[in-house]
Design a protein around this ligand. Structure first.
Ligand SMILES: NC(=O)c1ccc[n+]([C@@H]2O[C@H](COP(=O)([O-])OP(=O)(O)OC[C@H]3O[C@@H](n4cnc5c(N)ncnc54)[C@H](O)[C@@H]3O)[C@@H](O)[C@H]2O)c1
Length: 286
């Protein structure tokens, strides 16, 4: 397929990441369908996009006409069969088996050349693509949170990915106003590998009684980080961040320095997943 003609994107999963990715894609002129299996999550994603577009108009970053055009390009659906596009961007739960199952289903609705991109934070693209039809058109397209603001996108080449696919995804990311960085498939890719100690050492300081989480956050923010580790984990989602930690720890042979924290595991088990559930390390009312 001539990948320069990408005009439409289907975003699968309307949670924290999917809704932001769908909004950015629509803002840059692409036709977008945002799909979620849970109608309530789809509604929540739609409400988040509507609110964000209104705010952009209020701040004069978009004209009312641009926001209206953007809304027209966005379609919302809770039917997988509506996910037909030039590129599918999957942003569902961080589980390999579920991603494989959903992408296999979506491959069936799409043309064989449709690119299947995963927003996974840490799962192996090479493993993911193995069970999919035309594995050469499968790649990682890893946006950062919040997807509407963060410029970086990792474009991940799996073992069987056709290089024209990653080139096309990098061009798509640039069109979406992002800065793509291409990398090979590896546990945690680049950023989630480098960032592990930021979270894990922060939690270790609290577990060993050296400082409170508020102190750790304040200190790191005072040194120039936009968010301390605890606020950042709450934004990311404790479940998502914990599963990345587990995967990277396992992939490197369970070294002590990368061991996931009980502090985080307890909260995940209790359903305290951060901002998205109203409580994580901190409590939220909005
Ligand atoms: N949260 C982050 O900061 C972040 C950053 C980068 C990448 N990611 C990755 O993005 C993906 C999504 O993360 P998130 O934080 O947006 O998760 P989330 O929990 O906020 O949203 C996931 C959404 O997927 C939907 N979903 C689950 N199973 C589905 C299925 N079978 N079919 C269709 N929809 C389904 C859920 O209903 C939910 O709305 C994960 O792979 C995660 O690792 C997350």
């Amino acid at each position: 397929m001539p990948y320069e003609t990408i005009e439409s994107v289907a975003v699968c999963g309307a949670g924290t990441m999917g809704s932001g990715i769908a909004q950015v894609a629509a803002q840059c002129g692409l036709r977008v369908v945002l799909y979620d299996v849970q109608p309530a999550m789809l509604q929540k994603g739609q409400a988040a996009i509507e609110k964000s577009l209104d705010q952009l108009v209020q701040k004069q970053k978009l004209t009312a006409e641009q926001a209206a055009d953007c809304r027209q390009r966005l379609q919302y659906s809770s039917r997988a069969a509506d996910c037909v596009a030039d590129v599918v961007i999957e942003a569902i739960v961080e589980r390999l088996d579920i991603k494989q199952q959903v992408l296999t289903e979506l491959a069936g609705y799409n043309a064989p050349h449709c690119i299947l991109a995963s927003n996974t934070s840490s799962l192996s693209i090479s493993t993911l693509q193995q069970s999919l039809p035309q594995p050469e058109r499968v790649a990682g397209l890893h946006f950062f949170n919040p997807a509407t603001l963060m410029k970086l996108v990792e474009v991940v080449q799996g073992r069987q990915t056709d290089p024209t696919v990653t080139t096309a995804l990098a061009a798509l990311a640039r069109r979406m106003g992002k800065v793509p960085v291409q990398c090979q498939d590896a546990p945690g890719f680049i950023v989630n590998h480098i960032a592990r100690p930021y979270y894990l050492e922060g939690m270790r300081l609290v577990e060993t009684g050296v400082a409170s989480m508020e102190t750790v956050d304040e200190l790191l923010e005072a040194t120039g980080f936009k968010m301390g580790p605890f606020k950042l984990m709450d934004l990311i989602g404790l479940d998502v961040n914990y599963s990345v930690s587990q995967l990277v720890w396992e992939a490197y042979g369970r070294p002590d320095r990368l061991q996931p924290s009980a502090l985080q595991a307890e909260r995940v088990a209790a359903g305290q997943l951060g901002r998205k559930t109203g409580a994580g390390f901190y409590r939220y009312n909005d």
